[in-house]
Design a protein around this ligand. Sequence first.
Ligand code: SF4
Length: 393
Amino acid sequence: MNIPAPGTFSVYVHFPYCEVRCTYCDFNTYVVDNLPTKAYTKAVLTELDSRRSDYEAWTLTSIYFGGGTPSLWGPSGVGKVISALCEAFPRQTEHLEITMECNPSEAKLESLAQYVDVGVERLSIGVQTLDDVLLRAVSRRHTGAEALAGLMAAREAGFRSISADLMFGLPGQTTAQFVSDLRVLAEMSVDHLSVYHLTLEPGTAMTREVRAGRLQLPDDDAQADMWEHIAPTLMPYGLKFYEVSNLARTGHESRHNSSYWLGRPYLGLGAGAHSFCPPTDWSNLNAYATRRENLKHHRNYTSHALRSASVTHGLERIERDAHLRERLFTGLRHLPGIDIDALTRELKIDAREVFAGPIDRLVDQGLVRWRGSTLSLTSKGFTYADSVASAFF
Ligand code: SF4
């Protein structure tokens, strides 16, 4: 399985622009008349210069361009950031995973091949659904046919690994439509699938429409039915869950996302990006990790970075016990589970003892199980993963 090794770190680069705002989206993204790509590239490179020393003790294992729509940045901007990162962090794992998110409307062979040339080797395409009526209902600009053409172009362009995002619980969506999307994508030989449940975020256009009764979401039973179809539909194609929302063919698991779930360090660059930096060694009694959040608004971020002012908006100190809690919370969502003894050795805190109560209760309820020193979800626990995770809070 493609798991980041201990001692490694990841970089997330945020590109905060989109062509249109999808009705359900509350991400940090902006629709502007002229994309300020040059200024934004310079801002990200300036931020990298000021932050690199925090991560020099670690080995770089993955880079992820997310957004927004990073495929609007252009191969030149993305390539400059990749080169600068490789120069800033010469200590790298043998295979460096480099992913870029892409909207189907930008997934054209010529530009995709240019992204491959500058080093992107994994593409994540925001398909969401293949049904044109549903796509229009959530203001996506592409059609189902364009999404499929994009997947074919990605294969031809030469990406090592291709991932697709798919949503369920969309207004008017049926289980039959969703299952058909799963099957078509699996038949297209996608290597990885992220399957998300539509959530109504405060302040989005979709939330207002649903609250006003103008849009109706499938009821809870229908949504549960869709979720239950995922594993049996995809298993025959070799796509297996390795996290509660992610499936992959063996060897195509996202190393970058696994880094988050395993509590590895990450450097976030760009508007609103978050970073996490633990100490290299928790032996010191006063050791703590830090979480940093960048200025959120794109103009604010760029103008600060370009005059070499700090782009940090918030800095949080994470104590050892809080970090342990987070490691259990995110680590259990990762289906291989957590080696509790290794965690105890790493954090110098007895994880079995601190959480003896919740762990025993979850084992009694048949939600988690021990295999040696590894604690993992049972199939029942997999269905109730959110409540399992919250047992540690
Ligand atoms: S393309 Fe993605 S980031 Fe942009 S508005 Fe739509 S969902 Fe949000």
